[in-house]
Design a protein around this ligand. Structure first.
Ligand code: PMP
Length: 429
């Protein structure tokens, strides 16, 4: 291996103390020691362009977030059982980014916890147990949430009341008879009928609004609407998982579901919310919490603590003041059009898609068969790591390059990315 001895030693120590459940990125792992903006630095002093990390969404070590956390930590860090103005200011501002029907917010620490709470409320309110998800969905790691996260594979069995519909893969779905939206609606109908046949009602359809782990499927706009109508008709709720697309990443709107012209019953969010400080939330139509709130005491020790709220407030301020949503749209659009240009005659690139700074490049053995090529994606991810560009891959076959940088990604950063990708992709010819 080309890895320096001390990194090899640290990997051995890692295996010894952290055990076998953890995975490292890349054939040649990166030891990171520092980061700033869209740049990561390794222990050798090398710089990497970060085209992967969506958690430090307003940029690594953003001074506003650092200062907010530092100052709040010195003053007070406590929980939601005391009256505090900062959580109220933040909640009101965040809720104002949602359609008026969504009026309450509850704070948690991880996306998994937010989804766990959302599903708990959905089951409580509907009195039903059935859950419908897409085939490559990931919603989190608790026992309950993992049971409706099919992307975890055969090692994590789906719950008995979980039903799966196709990922919204418009590229591979080809039918003269009906549009993709109708096909998916029919699948949801069949899933509901199957649940009923087993004596189970539907509690919720939950979907990541950009279908990240499914392979980044941002469109066609509106395809979720018939599904949601079907779910509501069956007495279930629609939960929008905004952990991936939320907080302006898609460039057009604050939230990914908005592209579909629908209002969710519950929205969950996490990752970018505190720029790395653990904070997540679920937002509800208030009527859903009336009985739940009466009968269930919900206390989350760290959820919405004062320091986490300070970080989240700084993130909200920075997104607005630095026009990061607009930047995501502008730079993301440029990356997409440049990627299409450099890959137009490459038989292994079937499609470049996405929205804002969430972009997928669908890799195939050839354009006529559209057979997903996960090995090729792995090769490219590792080649780009050698070029000091950090990306990843997603999709059921791991064949979709995932480009999802911090939002302050500039046009110059985009040029560097495109230049490196062009060089690496040329090697395919
Ligand atoms: N939902 C989606 C769509 C996610 O991508 C993730 C994390 N990858 C989660 C939920 C779970 O979030 P967390 O890891 O913070 O528990």
């Amino acid at each position: 291996s080309e890895l320096p001895d001390h990194i090899q030693e640290n990997i051995r120590r890692r295996d010894k103390s952290l055990g076998p459940s953890y995975r490292l990125f890349y054939n040649t792992p990166v030891e990171v020691v520092r980061a700033q903006g869209v740049t990561l630095f390794d222990s050798q002093g090398n710089e990497y362009l970060d085209v992967y990390n969506n958690v430090p969404s307003v940029g690594h070590a953003h001074p506003r977030v650092v200062a907010a956390v530092h100052e709040q930590m010195q003053k007070l860090n406590t929980n939601t059982r005391y009256v505090q103005e900062s959580i109220l200011d933040y909640s009101e501002q965040l809720l104002s980014t949602f359609p008026a029907e969504l009026g309450h917010i509850m704070f948690t620490c991880t996306g998994s916890e937010a989804n766990d709470l959302a599903m708990r409320v959905a089951k409580y309110v509907t009195g039903n147990q059935g859950i419908i998800v897409t085939a490559g969905a990931y919603h989190g790691l608790t026992t309950e949430v993992a049971s409706f996260s099919p992307s975890l594979g055969i090692g994590v069995p789906l719950g008995a009341n979980v039903r799966v519909i196709d990922a919204p893969d418009a590229l591979r779905y080809a039918s003269d008879e009906k549009p993709l939206a109708e096909h998916l609606r029919d699948q949801v109908r069949a899933a509901i009928a199957d649940l009923h046949r087993h004596g189970v009602g539907v509690a919720a359809f939950i979907a990541d609004s950009i279908f990240s782990s499914d392979g980044v499927f941002d469109g066609p706009a509106g395809f979720l609407r018939p599904i949601v109508e079907e779910i509501h008709a069956a007495g279930g709720l629609y939960i929008a998982d905004e952990v991936q697309p939320g907080f302006g990443r898609t460039g057009e709107e604050w939230w990914g579901f908005q592209r579909h012209g629908i209002v969710p019953d519950i929205v969950t969010m996490g990752k970018p919310m505190g720029n790395g400080i653990p904070i997540s939330a679920a937002v509800f139509k208030p009527e859903l919490l009336v009985e739940f709130g009466k009968n269930i005491r919900y206390f989350n020790t760290f959820g919405g603590n004062t320091v986490a709220i300070a970080a989240a407030q700084a993130v909200l301020d920075v997104i607005r003041e630095e026009s990061l949503m607009e930047n995501a749209l502008k730079v993301g659009s440029k990356i997409q059009s440049e990627l299409r240009r450099i890959t137009q005659d490459l038989d292994q690139v079937a499609e470049v898609r996405g929205s804002g700074l969430f972009i997928g490049v669908d890799l195939v053995t050839d354009r006529s068969s559209l057979t997903p090529d996960g090995n090729l994606a792995g090769l490219i991810v590792n080649r780009l790591r050698e070029e000091r560009i950090l990306i990843s891959a997603c999709g059921a076959q791991g064949n979709v390059l995932k480009l999802r940088p911090p939002l302050p990604f500039s046009m110059t950063d985009a040029d560097r990315l495109i230049e490196a990708m062009d060089r690496v992709l040329q090697e395919l010819r």
